[in-house]
Design a protein around this ligand. Structure first.
Ligand SMILES: O=c1ccn([C@H]2C[C@H](O)[C@@H](COP(=O)(O)O)O2)c(=O)[nH]1
Length: 311
């Protein structure tokens, strides 16, 4: 079990040793001819010696040298992942993630929660219900996704991700597509589930098929795409909807809603409505866009403008 404890910076025992040592040193350095005082001074010297040895043996750390019992990188990052998980409102599983670059700098953290704008109080948290639409699984953004989306660097390529739970297949896709290079996990408690087996298969092969929306978000060429519009061929499923909401895309224009009757599509709409994301069907002005390469007059397109002359 990983335990987070408050670090103690003031060591009273070490402070007391130094005070006693200083006092006995002072006593030992004074000269006197009175036998009682001489006796006390000798005692002072003995105590001085005794405490000096004690200090050398037990107290070199913290007073004279650097601390040695500091938190190692691995425990530090995993603790941050656990700490993030503590923000989760999921009643059964609190999952946290922490992304770290090759300089051991934390570039992002995340935990499992409802998409932005979808109220924690109104969304379902049940694991089972008559309809999957009434379970949390359709809506919760996983810790890994939130960590990737909330990064404070341009990208997370080459980074490591520390996670409380081994990533599911949906998160595996995100982790692979964002070019994270290493996964450090704490628990593999769902190792027998198809989601985890699929995840491991993808990590082994790293040749995966991802939804177009996720690829478009992950391959963006700017730091943020908040406020952007997204054009898609097919209305996004619930997994892509989470991504779109978390990236703060503001408008969605789709061509086909062919999966309109699926629970995934219904869940997407519930989330978009709650998050205030507009969506509309594409109403094109033209029926088709044709690029006829043969009709291009290369003579015209390759003509350079006339060279300016000096007057
Ligand atoms: O890779 C993962 C897998 C799961 N989560 C989140 C999603 C849910 O909120 C919980 C799982 O709930 P259970 O009650 O244990 O089924 O964990 C995640 O963030 N990342």
């Amino acid at each position: 079990m990983l335990i987070l404890q408050q670090q103690q910076y003031l060591h009273w025992d070490k402070l007391a040793t130094v005070v006693v040592l200083d006092f006995t040193y002072l006593l030992g350095s004074v000269q006197s001819s009175i036998p009682e005082v001489k006796y006390l001074l000798n005692l002072g010297n003995i105590l001085n010696f005794f405490f000096f040895i004690l200090l050398q043996v037990f107290q070199p750390v913290g007073i004279m040298s650097k601390r040695v019992n500091f938190l190692p990188w691995e425990d530090y990052f995993m603790s941050v992942a656990f700490l993030s998980g503590m923000r989760s409102k999921d009643p059964s599983s609190q999952v946290g993630a922490c992304i770290v670059n090759s300089d051991n700098i934390i570039v992002s953290i995340g935990y499992n929660g409802m998409p932005r704008g979808c109220s924690d109080d109104d969304m379902p948290w049940a694991k089972e219900a008559e309809s999957r639409l009434e379970t949390k699984y359709m809506y919760v953004c996983h810790a890994e996704m939130n960590a990737v989306v909330n990064k404070n660097s341009a990208d997370v390529a080459g980074c490591r991700i520390y996670v409380v739970l081994f990533p599911c297949n949906e998160c595996a896709k995100i982790v692979i597509q964002s070019r994270i290079k290493e996964i450090v996990y704490y628990s593999d408690k769902h190792k027998h589930k198809p989601e985890t087996i699929a995840s491991k298969r993808m990590f082994d092969m790293a040749g995966i098929i991802c939804h177009a929306e996720m690829n478009a978000v992950l391959n963006k060429n700017c730091a943020k795409i908040s406020g952007c519009k997204m054009y898609v061929l097919v209305f996004p499923c619930n997994e892509c909807a989470k991504f779109i909401i978390q990236e703060e895309i503001k408008e969605l224009i789709y061509y086909s809603d062919k999966n309109i009757h699926t629970q995934e599509s219904l869940a997407s709409k519930i989330m978009f409505n709650m998050a205030g994301i507009k969506y509309r069907k594409y109403e094109g002005k033209v029926e088709a866009v044709t690029i006829d390469f043969d009709s291009i007059d290369w003579n015209i397109t390759t003509q350079l403008p006339p060279t300016p002359t000096k007057t």
